[in-house]
Design a protein around this ligand. Structure first.
Ligand SMILES: [Zn+2]
Length: 221
């Protein structure tokens, strides 16, 4: 009987995954985003592209309290530091997709440089009036059987985050998740949960990598 209940729960979860954008970060290093290096002919010198400043703002935060709120605030801090870093700029500009081309998958016709600029411009599709800001409307929910880490849709500001994963995450992992979901807020998507070289996935991974490095040393207030 118990087994049957579990299957039903899993079935319901899979149905949900089909209908909503979701993030299933596998933390598998084989999906680590590749980049062109200085020696490659296609390498774009980051010094040729203007460095921008993006601020992280929590607009509406639901379901977080105590330790989870503290973790979220740490995640905001490390996310902000990561996206404003030179490494982030370099890795987005020089991103190489799974075919070895200097482009994100599902890029809507935009180059790496244009995607970097749109990201740092901070104009979400639904909130274009706040440039220079990553505006977050977050809701923490608890669905213990679900394999969905977080989800959002094109018609809402709200990003939903599953407590099942959040509770075990380090702030750097939360920052990666937020970067992925926020890239959706800019209008970028992925065709499947395994399109790792799409903008949401690749940028999420890049932010996660940088955030992990930054987390190992103290951040400025
Ligand atoms: Zn996604």
């Amino acid at each position: 009987m118990k087994k049957w209940v579990f299957s039903m729960a899993l079935f319901a979860t899979l149905g949900l995954q089909d209908s909503q954008n979701q993030l299933m970060l596998s933390h598998d290093d084989s999906h680590a985003p590749a980049t062109f290096s200085v020696e490659d002919a296609q390498y774009l010198d980051p010094a040729l592209v203007e460095t921008r400043d993006l601020q992280v703002r929590g607009m509406q935060i639901e379901g977080f309290s105590g330790a989870s709120l503290q973790k979220l605030q740490s995640a905001f801090k490390v996310l902000e530091a990561a996206v404003n870093s030179e490494e982030f700029k370099d890795r987005v500009l020089n991103f190489k997709n799974s075919k070895g081309e200097p482009a994100f998958a599902s890029n809507k016709g935009f180059t790496n440089e244009q995607i970097y600029e749109q990201f740092m411009e901070g104009r979400e599709t639904l909130q274009p009036q706040t440039p220079g800001e990553m505006n977050f409307y977050l809701r923490l929910y608890n669905r213990p059987w679900s394999r969905v880490i977080g989800y959002t849709s094109a018609t809402t500001n709200t990003i939903n985050i599953n407590w099942r994963f959040f509770r075990n995450y380090a702030p750097a992992d939360v920052a990666a998740n937020l970067a992925h979901e926020w890239t959706h807020k800019l209008g970028f998507d992925h065709r499947s949960a395994s399109e790792y070289d799409s903008a949401p996935y690749a940028i999420g991974y890049i932010v996660g990598d940088i955030a992990k490095k930054l987390s190992s040393k103290p951040l400025h207030e």
